[in-house]
Design a protein around this ligand. Structure first.
Ligand code: LIP
Length: 243
């Protein structure tokens, strides 16, 4: 297993009260942006640290240079780099790499989803009561207070268990390879889910908004599952979002 001397000792700045950025985020994004620009100068770039053009127009690379920054700062090894190639808001290819575990996930449209050279598939869990679900708290950073906790309490009594790992891109890849059965989050940004969307879809799962439609990248309501559980999870949201 790789040793990271930076893990837990990162140089940290605050983007907001609880929104952290480290030198590692910044250097990783500069490196990714420059390398992609050198190879594909005609393709735009949309990154967490430098922002960029809107998500749903033209050809873009969409990157989170360090997803799970708070984990990284606290010395938890659950973090990753996530890069998607997106055309008019539709992810065509995605890569997610978790350096501490040296795990590499990728997918491209029509070519399947892969984890370290092995084809991956979503789980076959068909009932919520047997499902392990993941969620996150992006809404807190955004200064919003949507139904995250009420929904979490709805799921905790219906699923086998719920978890909040702190790296959405990684957790979504865990849905793709069957470690998790489902995922939801309010106000999650495209760099957190774009690469994972194509990985989940190519693994046989679904990534939509809470009603089963395409995710609106501005509001970022993301529901992902193995497909079999999608209707059951949507029903839980429907109960809370009746109006
Ligand atoms: C974070 C995530 C986490 C989510 C956070 C945030 P960052 O990304 O992936 O799971 O809940 O709000 O978006 O800031 O570490 O790249």
């Amino acid at each position: 297993m790789t040793h990271f001397s930076l893990l837990g000792q990162a140089e940290v700045f605050h983007k907001g009260r609880i929104d952290l950025v480290t030198v590692a985020d910044q250097e990783s994004e500069s490196y990714i942006k420059e390398a992609l620009h050198a190879a594909y100068p005609e393709i735009g770039f949309h990154g967490e640290e430098g922002g960029g053009s809107v998500y749903d127009q033209g050809r873009l690379f969409v990157a989170d240079p360090l997803d799970g920054t708070t984990n990284f700062v606290h010395g938890l090894p659950l973090f990753c780099v996530s890069i998607a190639y997106v055309v008019d808001g539709q992810p065509q290819a995605g890569v997610v790499y978790a350096p501490y575990f040296d795990e590499f996930f990728w997918a491209a449209k029509g070519e399947g989803a892969w984890h370290d050279g092995r084809r991956i598939h979503v789980s076959t869990t068909a009932n919520l009561v047997d499902a392990e679900l993941e969620f996150g708290f992006s809404c807190v950073r955004a200064g919003l207070k949507p139904d995250t906790m009420p929904i979490a309490s709805d799921f905790v009594y219906r699923a086998q268990c719920i978890r909040a790992l702190g790296s959405a891109a990684l957790a979504l890849c865990y849905v793709a390879d069957g470690r998790f059965d489902g995922f939801w989050e309010y106000y999650i940004r495209p760099w957190d889910w774009a690469a994972a969307q194509i990985i989940i879809e190519e693994a046989g799962g679904k990534l939509t908004d809470f009603r089963g439609g395409p995710v609106d990248w501005r509001t970022g309501r993301v529901l992902a599952s193995n497909g079999l559980l999608h209707e059951q999870m949507m029903a839980v949201f429907a109960e809370r979002h009746q109006n």
